[in-house]
Unconditional design. Structure first.
Length: 276
């Protein structure tokens, strides 16, 4: 765990539930709030890197840095998100808000296996231990419980599990929680709170209403509010590599407010954990 910065893993057992969308929404809210933030793209598909409008160019990807974790300098290899210039234009700030990215690529897949050794689980922790200047680190994990996800959990002080209000997603989230408890006992006894975020919620769906109530009963106080609603422009926003907070459409107002509120929940959990 890194004590000087709040490190949050965004995870799911089931793919396609919008895990990366939640990561990007929180990053957008952090940028709008002026919170210096680093996004680490651990998913070999690198969708978060694409959505943030970055490429590695001549710098090392996060996979390459993990391979050389003892010597690699994460801060020298991060890329500034393309969102930063848009934020500066929008708010006309003299100081551009910080939103950096440890760029992902398929190379990270060498660590996404179930038999990763204990010392390998500490590679990301080593990299973060030599990094400063950020208040928040968001780690976008692959949709699996293999080595990369467990590496992220080892480096984190908070976990967010993303679930859609559907039978398979809710069941997968429950299984992930059980796996987390086993992981905590064996590898990370000081790991902080595990919270559940409901994503792509449709208020007019009876099935979604039923599943949301089921999730509240199942996860209790670990179920975060607000739930994130489905938004018709979300795919377009991500495809344009835009921050939702700076998308030129009034229709995004409600979802912007939801991510702002979710970020406050995340940061409040950080303060509570550190004063406990």
């Amino acid at each position: 765990m890194v004590c000087s910065v709040h490190v949050v893993s965004i995870s799911s057992l089931k793919g396609g539930v919008g895990k990366t969308s939640v990561t990007l929404g929180l990053a957008s809210a952090a940028l709008a709030a002026g919170i210096p933030t680093l996004v680490i793209d651990l998913d070999p598909h690198a969708d978060a890197s694409t959505g943030l409008g970055v490429r590695s160019d001549n710098k090392q990807t996060i996979g390459q840095m993990l391979k050389n974790a003892r010597r690699a300098k994460l801060q020298d290899n991060v890329a500034a998100s393309a969102w930063q210039s848009k934020a500066a234009e929008k708010k006309s700030r003299t100081r551009i808000p910080v939103l950096d990215v440890a760029v992902g690529d398929a190379y990270t897949g060498i660590y996404d296996r179930p038999d990763l050794r204990t010392r390998d689980l500490r590679r990301l922790t080593q990299l973060l231990g030599r990094t400063s200047g950020y208040q928040l680190v968001l780690i976008d994990c692959p949709p699996s419980l293999n080595g990369l996800t467990r590496m992220a959990w080892s480096a984190s002080d908070q976990l967010l599990l993303v679930a859609e209000p559907s039978l398979f997603s809710v069941a997968g989230t429950e299984r992930t929680q059980r796996a987390l408890e086993l992981f905590r006992q064996e590898f990370a006894p000081t790991l902080g709170p595990v919270k559940v975020v409901a994503n792509r919620v449709r208020k007019d769906s009876a099935e979604h209403t039923f599943r949301i109530n089921e999730m509240r009963q199942m996860f209790g106080a670990n179920m975060l509010t607000p739930e994130i609603p489905e938004h018709p422009e979300w795919q377009q926003i991500q495809g344009a590599a835009y921050s939702v907070h700076h998308w030129p459409s009034k229709s995004t107002g409600p979802i912007v407010a939801q991510f702002d509120a979710l970020l406050k929940e995340v940061m409040a959990t950080d303060k509570t954990a550190r004063t406990a």
